[in-house]
Write a new protein. Structure first.
Length: 429
């Protein structure tokens, strides 16, 4: 009599196969090429590892996917570490991946190249979008760790070159988990102040892993979104990060960044002196032209008055000669009366002409004085120019946040536009 058959259900067989796989392959490294990579909204990633002769389904659950620094993609040759499990619903086995590394190029270097390529394609590295640094910054923001050597070096250089400047520090971690988001938040916080002229973001030197926070996309996006010029100062001269490519200017070291941002005080004083001389020369030129014009008008007036007097005297002499030529007493008396009348009219005419000439002279001098830029500045007014030298005549020429230079009777001011008002909004006097 034959023994009864040992019959297994599908579930039982699948379970036993799963146990065998888990016992035989509790942890294994598998090398292959990624294909059919899919990242779902749940954060889990599913893909296939394949070689020339076979393929293996693989899964990266959300918690593991977050730790991968490069971007998995089809065609990428990788090494995966994990355990082999049975997926009972489909009767398929799959690799549950714990670690995923690119074959050949290191994971960090690959992540660096991938992000660099993507941001470059977006135009974030374009030279056209980079801004120049302000010549005379009044408030400088620094995003770095307050416990590192970088902040001490920068403060020392700034204090030596121009100690009166206002420094605002946004403290943050510069390496380790969460450092990238703290750096990005520091950049956003300094932008939010509204009066910071330039920002330095950086740290001292280190390995690729130490500097990695400055290769994170969050930091690159924060630099690109900054309304204030940003100088990157990460590591040593040989170190390059994604932040360096996005920043408006790269400095080889934190100390060099401070020197690029802050001019020496004496150089600033010399520049201001040169600008004052140029301003005085520019303002004096139209004044000299007006003075020359007044002198010409005065000379013409004097010549005209002398001509009138000469002609009047000639008429008097002729009248006197005619009077003398007629001997009768009546003619003498009449001639004398006419002479006295002519003298009186001459005096009145000359007086009026002199008065009109004096009035025109005073008017010309008054216009000269009113048109003089120095006189206008002396009455408390000012002349506002953009950094390019253009005279600001209306609120529409500038925008909030623009830098302007205000020329006074004595000296000048560098200012920033915090609000604009059109003509209808001017205070009523």
């Amino acid at each position: 009599m034959s023994s009864p058959r040992a019959v297994l259900t599908v579930s039982e067989l699948t379970t036993r196969l799963g146990q065998v796989l888990e016992e035989r392959f509790p942890a294994v490294w598998v090398e292959g090429e990624i294909s059919n990579f899919r990242l779902y909204g749940s954060g889990h990633a599913y893909f296939t590892l394949k070689d020339a002769d076979a393929q293996l389904r693989a899964v990266l659950f959300r918690t593991r996917m977050r730790r991968i620094r490069f971007e998995p993609a089809d065609g990428l040759h990788v090494m995966a570490f994990g355990s082999v499990e049975i997926y009972p619903q489909r009767g398929e086995y799959q690799l549950v991946v714990e670690l995923l590394e690119p074959k050949g190029l290191g994971a960090l270097q690959l992540a660096f190249e991938q992000l660099k390529t993507r941001l470059q394609a977006e135009g974030l590295f374009e030279q056209a979008r980079k801004r120049g640094l302000p010549r005379f910054p009044r408030k400088i923001g620094i995003v770095t760790s307050t416990s590192g050597a970088a902040i001490r070096d920068m403060l020392r250089v700034i204090g030596r070159r121009f100690g009166e400047l206002h420094i605002v520090i946004a403290p943050c971690r510069v390496q380790g988990e969460g450092a990238a988001e703290e750096i990005a938040q520091g950049l956003r916080d300094l932008n939010g102040l509204g009066d910071v002229d330039v920002i330095i973001v950086g740290r001292g030197g280190g390995s690729l892993e130490d500097l990695w926070a400055f290769n994170e996309e969050a930091v690159a996006r924060a630099i690109a979104a900054s309304k204030v010029p940003v100088v990157s100062a990460v590591g040593h001269e040989v170190d390059f990060t994604i932040a360096d490519f996005v920043a408006d200017l790269r400095a080889p070291t934190p100390s060099a960044a401070a020197e690029l941002v802050v001019r020496e005080k004496q150089a600033v004083v010399d520049t201001l002196g040169q600008l004052r001389v140029r301003l005085e020369r520019t303002a004096a030129r139209p004044l000299r032209d007006l003075e020359r014009r007044v002198d010409e008008l005065t000379m013409r007036l004097r010549r005209g008055m002398r001509g009138e007097v000469s002609r009047a005297s000639h008429r008097v002499e002729m009248a006197t000669a005619a009077l003398r030529a007629s001997d009768p007493v009546a003619r003498v008396i009449n001639g004398r009366h006419r002479l006295e009348g002519l003298e009186s009219r001459l005096v009145i005419s000359l007086t009026r002409r002199c008065d009109r000439a004096r009035y025109r002279l005073r008017t010309a001098v008054g216009r000269l004085d009113s048109l003089s830029p120095l006189a206008v500045l002396g009455r408390g007014y000012s002349l506002t120019r953009t950094p390019t030298g253009e005279v600001v005549r209306g609120a529409g020429q500038v925008s909030v946040g623009d830098d302007v230079r205000v020329l006074l009777h004595r000296g000048s001011l560098d200012a920033r536009v915090t609000a604009t008002r059109e003509e209808d909004d001017r205070p009523k006097v």
